[in-house]
Every structure is written in C-alpha cells, then in structure tokens.
Design a protein around this ligand. Structure first.
Ligand code: HEC
Ligand code: HEC
Ligand code: HEC
Ligand code: HEC
Ligand code: HEC
Ligand code: HEC
Length: 463
C-alpha cells in the first residue's frame, strides 16, 4: 500500500519538476533570443555606420556635363530615388556624405551657418532643382532664381559648390535628411541600446527593438498565465482526491522555489551572459568611436575670438597659423604674434594682460588643443592647403563665425578616406601632375581623384 502512495507522489513530483524545467527553460530561451536579436541589430547598425561609401557609384558619365546646369538632365537621374523609400544603404551613405561635407554648416533641425535643412526639398519644388542648387549654388543665385536670391540676402554668403558629387550622391543626402528625427528626449530613451552609434540609425533600430522586446514579454506573460491556470486546475482536481500527507506536501509546495531558482546554474548563466554581452557591445561601440571628438570646444585660457580677429577684422589665417603652407602643422601663434597688435591695442584689458604675463614670465600661453589625430596617423597641412588647394573651412567649418573654436569634422579614418575618394586632384598650375593626368585621361573618363594618386594607401597616412 505504502509503496503505491509514494509512487503517486513521485509521479507528481516529477511532473512538477518537468513543469518547472519547462518554465525556466522557456524563460531562458526568450532571454537568449532577445540577446541574440539585440546583438544582431546593434552590430548591423554599427556596420551600416562603419561602411564607407564602398557602394559603387552608379556609372555617371553625365555628371560633368551637368555642369551646364541642365535641370532636365539632373531630373532623369534624381527621380529614381524620389519615390519609394530609399534603401538603408543609401541612407547610410547619405549620412556619411552629410557628416563629411555639410554638417559643418548645416543641421537638419536648426540653423547653423546655413539654413536648417528640414523641408528644404519642398521649398525648392522639385528634387532636380534642389540638387542643382546644392551642386552649383553660386550659379543658381547669380542666375536670378528668386528664392535662391532671398536665401543669399539672408545668409550673405555663397555655399561652396558641390559639383564633385554625382546627382545620386546628393539624392542620398536628401534621403538621409528626411530620416533625421526631431531631436527630443525620446531619442535618448529609445536609444538606450545604441548610445554611441549615431542618433538616427540608433533610434529607428531601437524603436524596432523595443517593439520586439514588448511582444516577447507579452508572449512570456501569456505562457506564464496559461501555466498558472493549468497548475491551479490540476491541484484543485488533486485536492478533491483523498491523498496521503506526503502527496499533499508535494501539491501545496509552490512550484517556484525562488532560492533554488536564483542559485540554479541556468539563472547564473543568463546573468553572466547578459553582463558579457553588454560589456562586449559597449567595448565595440567605444572602439569604433575611438577618439571621435566632433563638437569639442574647450574653454581657452584667453578669450580669443576668431569671429573678431579672422571674421570682423579679416586677419588672414596664415598671419597667425604660419605653418599651413610650409609643413605638417598649422602652428598656433606664440604670444609675440599677438604683440604685433596688442602692444598697442586694448592694453588695459584683463584678457590682454594675460598675454603680457605670458611674455614676462617667459611661459607659453597654455592653449587647449582641439584637433588631435592619434600618433599613428600622419596629416600634413601644406599638402592639403597649398598643393591640394583646399580651403580651411572645408575641414574646420566656418571659423570666421566662431567665438570659441570647435571641431566640426569627424577626423576619423573614414572621413579622410571619403574625401580622398571624391576629391579631384588640383592640377592647375602644377606641372608635376601634367603627365599623370594625360596618362589617367587615356584610361578613364572620371577626373583624377586623390585615390588615383595613392591617397588610399595605408602607408601614406600611417607611419
Ligand atoms: C561652408 C558652409 C556650407 C556647406 C559646407 C554647405 N552649405 Fe548648404 N548652405 C550654406 C548657406 C550659407 C546657405 C544659404 C544659401 C546661400 O546663401 O548660399 C546654404 C543653403 C543650402 C540649401 C538651401 C536651404 C533652403 O532652406 O532652401 C540646401 C538644400 C543646402 N544648403 C544643402 C547643403 C548640402 C546637402 C551640403 C553638403 C553637401 C551643404 N549644403 C553644404 C552653407 C553651406
Ligand atoms: C590673430 C591670430 C589668429 C588668426 C588670424 C586665426 N587664428 Fe586660428 N587660432 C589662433 C589661436 C591663438 C588659436 C588657439 C586658441 C583657440 O583655439 O581659440 C587658434 C586655433 C585655431 C584652430 C584650432 C586649433 C586646435 O587646437 O585644434 C583652428 C582650426 C584655427 N585656429 C583655424 C583658423 C582659421 C581657419 C583661420 C582663418 C579663417 C584662423 N584660425 C585665424 C589664432 C588665430
Ligand atoms: C592684426 C592685429 C591683431 C593680432 C595679431 C591679434 N589681435 Fe587681438 N585684437 C585685435 C583687435 C583690432 C581687437 C579689437 C579691439 C577692440 O575691440 O577695441 C582685438 C581684441 C582682442 C581681444 C579682446 C580684448 C577685450 O578685452 O575686448 C583678445 C582677448 C585678443 N584680441 C587676443 C588676442 C590674442 C591672444 C592674439 C594672439 C594669438 C591676438 N589677439 C592677436 C587685433 C589683433
Ligand atoms: C583637409 C583638411 C584640412 C584642411 C583643408 C585644413 N586643416 Fe587644419 N587640421 C586638419 C586636421 C586633420 C588637423 C589635426 C592635425 C593633427 O592632429 O595632427 C588640423 C589641425 C589644425 C590646427 C591645430 C594645430 C595643428 O597644426 O595641428 C590648426 C591651427 C589648423 N588646423 C588650422 C588650419 C588652417 C588655418 C587651415 C587653412 C589654411 C587649415 N587648418 C586647413 C585638417 C585640415
Ligand atoms: C576635403 C578633402 C580631404 C580630406 C578631408 C583629407 N584629405 Fe588628404 N588629400 C586631399 C587631397 C585633395 C590630396 C591631394 C593633394 C595633392 O595634390 O597632392 C590629399 C593628399 C593626402 C596625402 C598625400 C597622398 C599622396 O598620395 O601623396 C595624405 C598622406 C593625406 N592626404 C592624408 C590625409 C589624412 C590623414 C586625412 C584625415 C585626417 C586627410 N588626408 C583628409 C584631400 C583631403
Ligand atoms: C587618408 C588617410 C588614411 C589611410 C589611407 C589609411 N588610414 Fe588608417 N587611420 C587614419 C586616421 C586619421 C586614423 C585615426 C582615426 C581616429 O582617430 O579615429 C586611422 C586609424 C587607423 C587604425 C586605428 C583604429 C581606429 O579606428 O582608430 C587602424 C588599425 C588603421 N587606421 C589601419 C589602416 C589600414 C590597414 C589602412 C590601409 C588599408 C589605413 N589605415 C589607411 C587615416 C588613414
């Protein structure tokens, strides 16, 4: 007799055990799925961010002919992307081009040097019009377009030409602009899974992620509910039967033994996994954005204003940054350079007094360095400014408007490489390039780019 009773109890026990295993097992699976999914989305997001514009540009022989600012011509190529959502790759490309070429003057939702770009496309009527303007702003303004002239009257400067872009590239920038959400606190909350990977990609991805997390939790809850109902029905049924004590004990004992649960290898495993996954993700994001200091604008020891000196008084950059045409470093001027003028000008000002103090104590002024490439890379100003003919503003933004200098470009490897892929070599008045250009033109219709002269070779930029 005794035997059969404990048999029954044993069966019940093993049923409960398998129930417990099932519950913990499915919870474990859900957590695992969640983690795998979130890792995949963050990784793919990082990759989209990481992608240089490796996408092959559509062969575009007409790009140069478009110079005759032929709107109809632009139309044909541009409309391909106007309707229907642009692909994520195109948007990623647009984002990168925007950050590398436009972000120093434009933001999407606020006025910077140029207007806020939200809704700009609508202001220009057609996509062909806006592309034409972005590529040849000066031509459009001088050509008498009323809206363009109104803009020019407001901003008092020409936007630089972007004729080195294909129409498709400009279109990708416009598509990217449309995806940039209005910056609100919501982005910060939703962006929890993607703190460093660029706000826009991050927020849309984590929106998706959030949806999936919520539905997974909902499914988990439903499963739990079904199980609870099931067990209570079962134990009610069993209670009605006549039972021995040890059987009763099995039934009334809760299936959730919390102590056993928290010390179970499964639970510890999940916790460890979460910690490792989060750690790895942070590390990855941290590595990718290593040294990125866009927007860095430290307070300087003396309130020196570029807006006043370079902007209002129009002092030439080279007067102070005398190295730009000579060598690697642009050079920060010494206190003696300031004394050329401040020996006379505003001697009484406490800020100017600091210059005198520096000279009297024979100590350099402790300017805080803003732009700073890591030691492993090599950048030379004269190569870019003198040989390449690139304006300071292209890389440093509108310094003439800055009270406090700020880093506007990314200064990452991708930033350097992108420009080297797209920038035409400046061969004007440089005999050195004559033969090279002849050779190049015999094999290619594209203009000679920096990449064609070895601008993508690792050793050119790395010691
Ligand atoms: C050096 C600063 C500068 C850079 C770089 C720059 N812009 Fe501009 N942009 C301006 C200014 C200033 C205006 C106002 C029009 C004018 O006066 O030329 C403007 C106007 C525009 C407009 C018209 C806005 C409107 O409200 O209709 C668009 C669109 C635009 N820029 C897009 C771009 C894109 C895309 C890039 C990058 C490929 C870019 N800009 C790079 C300064 C700049
Ligand atoms: C009267 C002298 C003077 C003139 C003119 C001048 N600068 Fe400067 N510049 C300085 C000084 C001093 C600093 C360091 C303090 C600071 O960052 O504001 C500096 C800093 C900078 C920096 C940041 C350097 C860093 O630490 O990374 C850049 C970029 C720069 N200048 C560009 C320009 C450009 C472009 C122009 C011309 C439009 C210009 N400057 C004109 C004196 C000058
Ligand atoms: C080519 C002449 C010139 C040079 C070189 C020059 N400045 Fe100036 N600076 C001026 C002028 C002009 C003013 C405006 C004076 C005024 O508003 O009365 C000025 C104003 C200033 C002011 C504001 C003073 C105040 O209290 O209003 C500071 C700070 C200053 N300069 C720092 C510097 C430093 C630092 C250097 C060297 C890196 C320098 N300047 C080089 C011409 C110059
Ligand atoms: C092709 C992009 C590019 C152009 C064009 C450019 N710079 Fe720079 N500039 C940089 C980079 C990159 C650094 C950081 C260099 C480093 O850390 O070694 C830098 C650093 C500087 C610094 C900090 C001191 C130094 O030399 O490291 C100053 C000042 C400066 N630039 C001024 C100028 C001025 C003035 C012009 C125009 C005459 C100019 N730059 C044109 C990319 C550029
Ligand atoms: C705005 C466009 C632009 C950016 C940004 C830029 N470069 Fe360049 N770079 C050029 C051009 C144009 C040349 C070709 C100059 C010439 O004609 O020799 C060049 C040439 C060079 C060369 C010499 C290549 C050769 O084959 O002789 C090196 C090295 C270089 N760049 C490094 C860098 C580094 C490092 C960065 C980023 C920190 C950078 N560049 C960012 C436009 C750019
Ligand atoms: C046009 C210049 C340029 C060329 C060409 C270039 N690099 Fe870089 N590289 C840089 C700059 C600038 C940095 C520093 C970026 C930063 O601080 O974020 C860098 C950083 C790196 C890093 C450090 C990791 C990181 O992301 O900070 C590695 C590794 C690297 N480069 C490898 C290479 C290899 C391999 C090649 C050849 C296939 C190459 N680079 C070609 C400019 C260049």
């Amino acid at each position: 007799m005794q035997k059969s009773y404990s048999d029954k109890a044993d069966k019940l026990r093993s049923f409960k055990r398998s129930l417990k295993r099932y519950v913990t097992g499915s919870a474990f699976c859900f957590v695992l799925m969640l983690l795998v999914f979130s890792t995949i989305t963050t990784l793919s997001m990082q990759c989209a961010y990481a992608q240089d514009t490796t996408q092959v540009q559509p062969p575009n022989d007409t790009a140069n002919d478009a110079t005759k600012d032929d709107a109809a011509n632009a139309d044909g190529q541009a409309t391909a992307t106007t309707d229907g959502a642009a692909s994520p790759e195109l948007i990623a490309q647009g984002k990168e081009l925007f950050e590398g070429n436009c972000a120093q003057c434009h933001a999407v939702h606020k006025k910077v040097v140029g207007p806020a770009l939200e809704g700009a496309e609508a202001r220009w009527g057609t996509r062909a019009n806006i592309i034409n303007f972005i590529k040849y702003p000066q031509k459009v303004i001088d050509g008498g377009d009323q809206y363009a002239q109104k803009l020019y009257a407001e901003y008092q400067q020409y936007m630089p030409n972007h004729d080195f872009f294909t129409d498709a590239q400009v279109a990708s920038i416009l598509d990217y602009i449309k995806t940039v959400p209005v910056p609100t606190a919501a982005v910060a909350v939703a962006g929890g899974g993607a703190t460093t990977g660029g706000e826009t990609a991050g927020s849309s991805n984590s929106g998706l992620l959030l949806g999936i997390v919520i539905s997974l939790i909902a499914i988990l809850l439903v499963v739990a509910l079904v199980l609870v109902v099931l067990t209570s029905v079962l134990s009610n049924y069993l209670k009605r039967e006549k039972l021995e004590e040890d059987e009763n004990a099995v039934i009334t004992q809760s299936i959730f033994d919390f102590k056993a649960f928290f010390t179970s290898p499964g639970f510890i495993g999940v916790v460890l996994f979460v910690l490792v996954a989060v750690g790895a993700k942070e590390l990855f994001a941290g590595l990718w954005t290593i040294g990125v200091q866009q927007g860095y604008a430290p307070t300087q020891p003396i309130k020196f204003s570029h807006k006043l000196h370079a902007g209002f008084y129009e002092i030439d950059c080279k007067f102070c940054h005398s190295g730009v045409e000579k060598g690697k470093s642009a050079v920060i001027p010494s206190a003696n350079v300031c004394m050329n003028c401040h020996g006379e000008i505003r001697r009484g000002s406490p800020e100017i007094q600091k210059i005198y103090n520096a000279i009297e104590n024979n100590e350099p002024i402790q300017w805080v360095r803003i732009h700073n490439l890591p030691d492993l890379s090599y950048f030379n100003h004269s190569q870019h400014v003198k040989v390449g003919g690139i304006e300071c503003e292209t890389c440093h933004g509108d310094i003439k408007e800055m009270e406090v200098v700020q880093q506007v470009s990314l200064l990452t490897m991708g930033w350097c490489i992108n420009c080297h892929r797209e920038w035409d070599v400046n061969a004007k008045g440089n005999n050195y390039y004559d033969n090279l250009i002849k050779l190049h033109n015999s094999t290619s219709k594209e203009p000679l780019k920096v990449e064609d002269i070895g601008g993508l070779e690792c050793s050119k930029c790395h010691y």
